[in-house]
Design a protein around this ligand. Structure first.
Ligand code: GAL
Length: 986
């Protein structure tokens, strides 16, 4: 091996062919053979393994291809090292293109045979879809090629090395290589042949490559099809049977078609034939433009309601199965996601077939990230180093050749977080020369000189508003500035979905919907990359950075997805579905008691949906019906509850609170939709509940000198002892929560994170001092002060207890902050901890918003209704435990305690003097302290207590883990609170 061929050199792959496009499985008439399955495998500590490529490794162990060697035995055994997680920082010295001596290197072996006709009538090509990170290929002991580009295809012509009968294939794969410096994506470091390997017969005169251009002219309704081929011999015939089209390659055909869009992903079979080979492609006709600063598909402005997707499975890493790819696409569709950015590399090609078929707009991203140079001031960044130019260009070219026939791909992205430099222009030019039909994206250079859209990540909504209005700060270079001002704007990442959150989707989406220049955004990110492993007792859990004892790691930052690692939708995804829903249903800003309905589809009217309304009272449904409205694409309408429902029905509904809900349900559910699927839902409070009858019963003394307030017993010092027959472990005001990942970090530009500010104020260590216990008429008044150790700010607290009757008592809790407070507090309310042996089994039946959790800036998915959960089901088991599970707007909750039912009613709630509808309720089988201390959910154990939070309010969630914190409209300030709760036993 010559030095220039080593894994440490910046050279193009050697001995390889330009890879051809990847047709869907079974689409080509030529023969192929999968080489997936068990291969012989041996891991060496260094790249100079000394293994002979002619050695079949017959006595070696086996390893499944595709797969990563670090996950070979997961979760039970780790025979070949363990995964390691870093975000920005390189886990090796930054010394490009060299890498350390310690360089785990896998030697792979397997045998194969090909039919003799493959060799006599054409060529035999070995195709690797993805190998991480550098590899060398030998056949029958003859070294044929070296390649790299972990998420890109490699083709090697092996014909001349083949023999009759059995052939030996050897691959040497290094973990580290020069390529590591351009593949620094925020994910686990995982190595090996992790995508499929195949042998393909390429017959003489077959299709070496096919490129398809299929546009749509929205003015005439014509599709415009042109197919170009590389055949090595002669031309090809192009047939679209369904359209009666027959043409030659290179010819442009115009014919009326139904266009492709993510809303209606219409595909046509296009057969491309030479005498030697036919490939049948699924083609969609559509045209993408960015003229006048607006992103358009088929002439209509289209907004991208997107997510960033890494490939991930908890036991397989990036070696994702077709089932997982389908699951992702369906989950996206079901949650109203219409776009996906393949962060930060081209995905497995089958994923794009699924996007074509089911309808998702794709930003296909090059396999390029050099983020680890940023902490070094971008010194030595490959993006700006001429020596790397051919290699970076090779990467985009291989992506475009592989994927350009997919209608779903609407944007090419040059890479992610690779800084600035001359090689961006070279890459952009290479892409444009292969495919001029799609706009280009790159975020790392805000001047946007080489691309067709201005892209940013995590910009706060006020800045996005400025950009939407075209009022962003000018660039120093006038020409660049006017170029950028003419571009549409995209948030390639926003709303960091780490742990509980993000909050604040609506603020972004209102801007995106309002400004033509804003073409949408992609939430970061789709799934938590938790890897299954077992603790010392054999209990499985999802590991994150540091759980494998890495020397350097970035901890929980790998768990920042909308799906939990097992693909359970997190509340953040449920919320996203509401925020992205094509039919928006929201309280009308200017008309109390009315809803605004808005059809966000660009091409589809609401004709295919039933708009069902429900009038919801305290006990359940009061009335139901259907709206007659049909909304054209883009249309909005305001509809008042009273005019639809009629005053009579509203008045007949007693005097409790009343919500009016509208839900859009498809008349014919798409094949991929679950039963409860809707296209959007929302509600408006049409009537507040009338006040409950005042408490007038007498206070009594028990034989042992305690105060009895109806069913509630307090001792002479004001300590709450029992509610009915249920002993109380602890009851007091509370202003703390187990920090969310967003609380625990500092928002961009903030000097201190919320969590840190709260700890400094002592909110995690509150102590109560009781000043007085006295009778004021029929009211037992306990006056106290609650404050944190080492802090001089606190709350004056008044607990006022009144009897309603034998089974019912009222508590009025009045809090007033005093002293010098930070800007926010996590919660203001009452903590009631009840002794309860099986707290997890207690059922909570509540009237309020649900069924999922909701917070001040994450409440679009919460619907008014009567809901039931056990306390166990009430918990969200975030990969990193933290505050979760709040239900807002709760006016009544019934808990079936061991000693009998306890019902809580919200009588009156005021925050800063402002009335609030209902309380925020949380129920847990463990304390906030335990929740805060746990590193993984399986470490949490029920402690025999039911921990209830009855809050007047909680602070929002924000997105401070990466980006802006809680916006002013969801900040809970230290402010006076009144909370009146009625407790009924039995
Ligand atoms: C971005 C980056 C992503 C991810 C995210 C934080 O800067 O592009 O790959 O690291 O931040 O989770």
């Amino acid at each position: 091996m010559t030095a220039q061929h080593t894994h440490e050199s910046v050279v193009l792959p050697q001995g390889v062919r330009a890879p051809r496009f990847r047709p869907p499985a079974g689409a080509s008439s030529t023969a192929s053979q999968s080489l997936d399955g068990p291969w012989r495998f041996r891991l060496y500590p260094e790249a100079t393994t000394g293994a002979d490529p002619a050695d079949a490794g017959s006595d070696w162990a086996t390893l499944d291809v595709p797969g990563h060697w670090q996950l070979a035995g997961a979760p039970d055994a780790w025979p070949y090292g363990t995964p390691a997680y870093t975000n920005v920082q390189f886990p090796i010295p930054v010394d490009p293109p060299r890498v350390p001596r310690a360089n785990p290197t896998g030697e792979y072996r397997r045998t194969f045979a090909v039919p003799p006709a493959w060799r006599s009538q054409g060529r035999v090509v070995l195709r690797f879809e993805g190998v991480d990170s550098w590899f060398e290929v030998a056949v029958n002991g003859q070294v044929l090629a070296q390649s790299h580009g972990s998420r890109l295809p490699t083709e090697v012509d092996v014909t001349d090395a083949l023999v009759d009968g059995e052939n030996l294939l050897a691959a040497r794969v290094t973990q580290w290589s020069a390529q590591t410096y351009v593949e620094d994506q925020d994910q686990w470091w995982l190595s090996g042949i992790f995508r499929s390997v195949s042998l393909e017969h390429r017959p003489v005169g077959g299709l070496e490559h096919v490129s398809v251009t299929a546009g749509y002219d929205h003015r005439t309704g014509a599709g415009e099809l042109r197919v170009d081929v590389e055949t090595g011999a002669g031309s090809a015939v192009v047939r679209v049977a369904e359209l009666g089209v027959e043409a030659r390659d290179g010819e442009t055909v115009r014919v009326p078609v139904e266009p492709w869009s993510a809303e209606s992903p219409r595909l046509y079979d296009v057969a491309v034939s030479t005498p030697a080979e036919t490939v049948t492609l699924r083609v969609g006709f559509r045209t993408v433009t960015t003229e006048d600063g607006v992103f358009r598909v088929n002439g209509r402005a289209v907004k991208l309601y997107g997510v960033n997707r890494h490939e991930f499975e908890p036991t397989r890493g990036r070696a994702v199965t077709p089932e997982t790819m389908l699951a992702d696409v369906l989950l996206m569709k079901q949650h109203h996601v219409n776009a996906v950015r393949t962060s930060h590399y081209p995905p497995h090609p089958h994923f794009l077939d699924l996007c074509d078929e089911h309808g998702l707009y794709v930003v296909d991203e090059n396999d390029l990230e050099t983020h680890g140079f940023e902490p070094l001031g971008w010194r030595g960044n490959p993006t700006d180093d001429q020596a790397w130019a051919p290699l970076l260009v090779d990467r985009v070219v291989r992506m475009v050749r592989r994927d350009a026939h997919h209608p779903s791909v609407v944007v090419w992205s040059l890479g992610n977080e690779a800084g600035r430099g001359q090689n961006l222009a070279a890459m952009a030019q290479a892409v444009r020369s292969l495919d001029g039909s799609r706009p280009l994206h790159y975020e790392g250079d805000w001047a946007s000189g080489e691309v067709d859209m201005y892209s940013r990540m995590y910009a706060a909504s006020p800045e996005v508003a400025l950009i939407g209005r075209g009022e962003e700060t000018a660039l120093p270079d006038g020409a660049l500035d006017s170029h950028r001002r003419g571009l549409p704007f995209v948030l390639c990442e926003y709303a960091h979905a780490m742990g509980n959150g993000p909050g604040g989707y609506t603020d972004y989406l209102d801007l995106i919907d309002a400004h033509p220049r804003l073409m949408g955004g992609f939430v970061w990110e789709w799934i938590d990359h938790g890897i299954v492993r077992r603790d010392a007792d054999g209990t499985p859990f999802y590991a994150y950075g540091g759980d494998f004892g890495e020397e350097l790691h970035d901890g929980t930052f790998i768990a920042d997805g909308l799906l939990l690692p097992d693909r359970t939708p997190s509340p953040g995804l449920v919320e996203l579905a509401a925020a992205y829903a094509p039919l928006q249903v929201r309280p009308a800003a200017a008309r109390p008691g009315a809803l605004e309905l808005r059809n966000r589809y660009a091409f589809t009217s609401t004709e295919g949906a039933r708009l069902e309304w429900t009038l919801m009272g305290e006990d359940g449904v009061v009335g139901q019906g259907e709206l007659e409205e049909i909304l054209a694409p883009g249309e909005s309408r305001v509809v008042g509850a009273a005019e639809v429902v009629g005053d009579a029905l509203i008045e007949s509904a007693g005097d409790g609170g009343l919500w009016w809900l509208v839900r859009a349900v498809p008349r014919e559910a798409p094949s991929w939709a679950p039963e409860a699927f809707d296209l959007g839902a929302g509600q408006v409070l049409v009537r507040q509940a009338a006040p409950l009858a005042p408490a007038r019963g007498p206070l009594t003394r028990t034989a042992d000198g305690h105060h009895a307030v109806g069913p509630v017993v307090l001792d002479a010092t004001g300590r709450l002892l029992r509610v009915g027959a249920t002993p109380v472990r602890l009851a007091r005001m509370d202003a703390w929560r187990a920090l969310t990942d967003n609380d625990a970090r500092r928002a961009w530009g903030d000097p201190i994170g919320d969590g840190e500010a709260w700890r400094r104020a002592g909110l995690d260590r509150l102590h109560e001092r009781v000043d007085r216990v006295e009778l004021e008429g029929d009211t037992l008044v306990v006056t106290a002060r609650t404050a944190g150790a080492a802090s001089d700010c606190g709350f004056t607290v008044r607990y006022e207890w009144r009897t309603v009757d034998d089974t019912t008592a009222d508590l009025v809790l009045r809090l007033t902050p005093e002293g010098s407070w930070p800007g926010s507090v996590p919660r203001l309310g009452w903590l009631l901890a009840l002794e309860q042996p099986s707290a997890g089994d207690v059922t909570v039946d509540w009237t309020g918003l649900g069924p999922h959790e909701s917070y001040a800036d994450s409440a679009r998915a919460a619907l008014a209704g009567r809901w039931r959960h056990t306390v166990d089901d009430w918990q969200t088991r975030y990969t990193h435990p933290q505050e979760n599970g709040a239900r807002r707007g709760v006016t009544r909750a019934r808990l079936d305690l061991a000693a009998g039912p306890l019902t809580l009613r919200a009588v009156e709630v005021r925050v800063g003097g402002r009335p609030v509808h209902g309380v925020e309720l949380t129920a847990r089988p463990w304390s906030d302290t335990a929740l805060d201390a746990a590193a993984h959910p399986h470490e949490l154990a029920p402690d025999g207590v039911l921990w209830l939070h009855v809050d007047a309010a909680q602070h929002g969630l924000g997105s401070a883990a990466c980006g802006p914190g809680v916006l002013p409209n969801a900040v809970l300030r230290p402010t006076p609170v009144t909370l009146q709760i009625r407790l009924t036993v039995g």
